[in-house]
Design a protein around this ligand. Structure first.
Ligand SMILES: Cc1cc2nc3c(=O)[nH]c(=O)nc-3n(C[C@H](O)[C@H](O)[C@H](O)COP(=O)(O)OP(=O)(O)OC[C@H]3O[C@@H](n4cnc5c(N)ncnc54)[C@H](O)[C@@H]3O)c2cc1C
Length: 613
């Protein structure tokens, strides 16, 4: 019997519709049968897989390509047993025509969770047809099952104290870790907590002594732009007493506490100097510089880099004549507070987040402030960004569910469509503010693709400003705009414009960003490995972030980066992929030049290729 969901708006009838749809999915995938599957999807439908059926992070656009790939992967992954997921919201309508629900299922190698965004369609199975199906890996067979059912710690010898136990178990004096994570800021910590829970042994190495040091070293006026409710790390949440947007120092302190409470194996004051892949036993020879200047060698099977999206090396563009400038020149990474510049004439180069924040801080501290723009900027009030985080803290919605929904709906054509519509709305709604900014000399843009700040964030992580006050200061003249296109050159006492005017300056702050993370990779792994991995970040033609939490072209090398929310979800997906390879649930998968996955033959315990014998 087919239930028509459009007439079944109460929750139990919707649940019944969903069950019918899920049963049809189960049956169609068992074949797998493309004709049966076709009934379940809209023509304009999408599938994103987070390493559950493809062992990759992929998205497929349009029903026919979706079906072709789903059938192909279902043959190997054999997903089955789709049932409503107990720890997620019950099936519910998101508007009059659309509903959403979560299903769990098994695969040949573990379990998964499916998010479905479906329209009410009397012709579809259960009266539904899916617009988005997103499948996510949730466990891999053989992984450790975390348990808290113990008293204290398991001492390695009689009389071993907890402190000795911790020090010795994270020292890896007699054993090698499965994984080395390079970088122990927030991303490295999240990755470590995922590996820890899966029973995968690891070391996180960071040249900073403490996890929060990176954030603490940023400028004093910085507060996070993402709300506190959206920023909690797995298992240990921030105190309820934290403000809705925490300062960078509070966030840094939370990271320190997180590493302590989670008992993470983080080696502070430790720089990863080089890493060379040994093709014979497929392990890395990693040289680390440890506190005190000594050298330590580790031989992990896998390396995850978590060295930030933009890298940590300041980017300084070619600015003609800057060497002739007699005043102070610093990169934004060295800027601490406007208090040191009270009464001075300061120019900030760059109109991204840090450029705006620093200019506002300077102005607030009584500096005569100029802001130099290199290219058009997308500006929206911070409240606009919050529209994208409404799931976090919503009644009944866990952080895990909000993350799953966010990542499930990260389908590039849908993100673009929404971003363009939102940009048109903000253009109308904030027309007065935009007029004021233009009159003050700022060049604005809605982005190359009309997708405003959202697509700039997604595609390049730069070129936008979420306004927390600097726009008003620009409009009322507290911050004076300068267009770099009008600049002739730097001179001893300031900046000379093409019309001959000289802007007298005491100091310059270069908010010009950082060199791409690829440079960090080159220094550690050499240019051959970095070249093989290729571009990092941004969005590839297939809609996915390049090399983010998916197999790279270099065996056993993985990358994790992004904001807090991205790293939180994708760390889980990445940790399970690594666990899958270590447990032999999946072969060693590597990306080829066509962006397809190929598998390497498995090794036996002695490190020899099993297939070669
Ligand atoms: C001004 C600013 C504001 C931001 N605000 C937000 C926000 O509100 N919300 C949000 O979600 N995101 C925000 N971000 C983006 C992102 O969350 C941060 O950049 C964050 O610091 C990224 O964390 P990470 O751990 O990936 O990288 P990082 O914090 O850059 O940490 C990388 C670590 O790698 C270490 N490292 C690098 N190379 C080596 C090596 N060879 N050996 C050992 N250690 C090494 C470094 O010491 C560093 O500790 C912001 C970014 C900036 C710049």
């Amino acid at each position: 019997m087919t239930t028509t969901a459009s007439t079944s708006t109460d929750s139990s009838r919707l649940a019944h519709s969903v069950e019918e749809w899920a049963n049809c999915l189960d049956e169609a995938l068992a074949g797998p049968n493309a004709d049966q599957l076709r009934e379940l999807f809209l023509e304009d439908s999408y599938w994103r897989d987070l390493a559950s059926l493809t062992w990759d992070v992929r998205q497929f656009w349009g029903r026919e390509p979706l079906l072709a790939h789903l059938v192909e992967h279902a043959k190997v992954a054999t997903p089955t047993g789709f049932t409503l997921q107990a720890d997620r919201s019950a099936p519910h309508l998101v508007d009059e025509q659309t509903c959403e629900f979560y299903l769990t299922y098994r695969t040949a190698t573990g379990t998964g969770s499916a998010f479905v965004h479906a329209v009410l369609d009397p012709e579809g199975p259960g009266g539904l047809r899916a617009q988005v199906l997103a499948t996510t890996i949730t466990s891999v067979d053989g992984q450790a099952v975390p348990s808290t059912q113990r008293r204290g710690y398991t001492a390695a010898r009689p009389g071993q104290t907890w402190h000795q136990h911790r020090r010795e178990s994270q020292g890896f004096e007699d054993t090698e870790p499965d994984v080395l994570v390079i970088g122990g800021g927030q991303t490295g910590l999240i990755m470590a907590s995922r590996l820890e829970r899966l029973g995968v042994t690891y070391v996180v190495a960071d040249r900073n002594p403490l996890p929060g040091d990176g954030w603490r070293s940023r400028y004093d006026s910085l507060a996070l732009h993402t709300p506190t409710v959206a920023n909690n790390l797995p298992h240990v949440h921030q105190p309820e007493t934290f403000p809705s947007f925490v300062s960078k120092d509070e966030w840094g302190n939370y990271l320190d506490a997180y590493a302590t409470f989670m008992n993470l194996n983080r080696w502070g004051g430790t720089e990863v100097v080089s890493a060379v892949f040994d093709e014979t036993d497929r392990r890395w020879d990693v040289t680390l510089s440890v506190p005190g200047g000594a050298t330590r060698i580790l031989r992990p099977a896998h390396v995850v880099t978590a060295v930030g999206y933009t890298g940590t090396e300041p980017y300084i563009p070619d600015l003609p004549g800057l060497d002739d400038f007699a005043g102070q020149v610093m990169h934004s990474s060295e800027f601490v507070s406007g208090s040191a510049f009270a009464g001075q004439r300061v120019l900030v180069v760059g109109t991204g987040t840090s450029g705006h924040d620093i200019a506002l801080d300077l102005s607030d501290h009584g500096a005569q402030t100029h802001l130099a723009q290199r290219g058009p900027t997308c500006v929206v009030p911070i409240e606009e960004a919050e529209r994208y985080n409404l799931d976090y803290g919503a009644p009944g919605m866990s952080v895990e569910e909000a993350d799953q929904r966010r990542n499930s709906m990260f389908i590039l054509p849908l993100v673009e469509e929404k971003a363009r519509a939102e940009t048109q709305r903000t253009e109308r709604e904030y027309a007065e503010m935009y007029d004021g900014l233009r009159r003050a000399g700022m060049t604005l843009t809605t982005g190359e693709d009309g997708g405003g700040w959202v697509l700039r964030l997604v595609k390049s992580f730069s070129g936008y400003y979420l306004d927390v006050g600097a726009s008003a200061a620009i409009i009322d003249g507290r911050i004076a705009m300068v267009q770099m296109a009008d600049v002739d050159r730097w001179v001893e006492h300031g900046l000379r414009l093409r019309d001959g005017t000289v802007i007298e300056l005491d100091a310059v702050v270069l908010s010009t960003g950082y060199r791409n993370v690829r440079h960090s990779l080159e220094r550690i792994f050499g240019s051959e490995v970095a070249g093989r991995v290729g571009d990092i970040g941004g969005v590839a033609e297939n809609g996915e972030h390049r090399n983010m939490a998916r197999p790279t072209r270099q065996p056993h090398l993985w990358l994790l980066f992004g904001g807090i929310m991205d790293a939180r979800k994708m760390s889980e997906v990445l940790a399970l992929q690594i666990a899958g390879q270590i447990l032999g649930a999946t072969p060693t998968l590597v990306r080829d030049d066509r962006d397809e996955l190929i598998s390497l033959p498995p090794l036996d315990a002695a490190g020899e290729e099993v297939a070669a014998r």
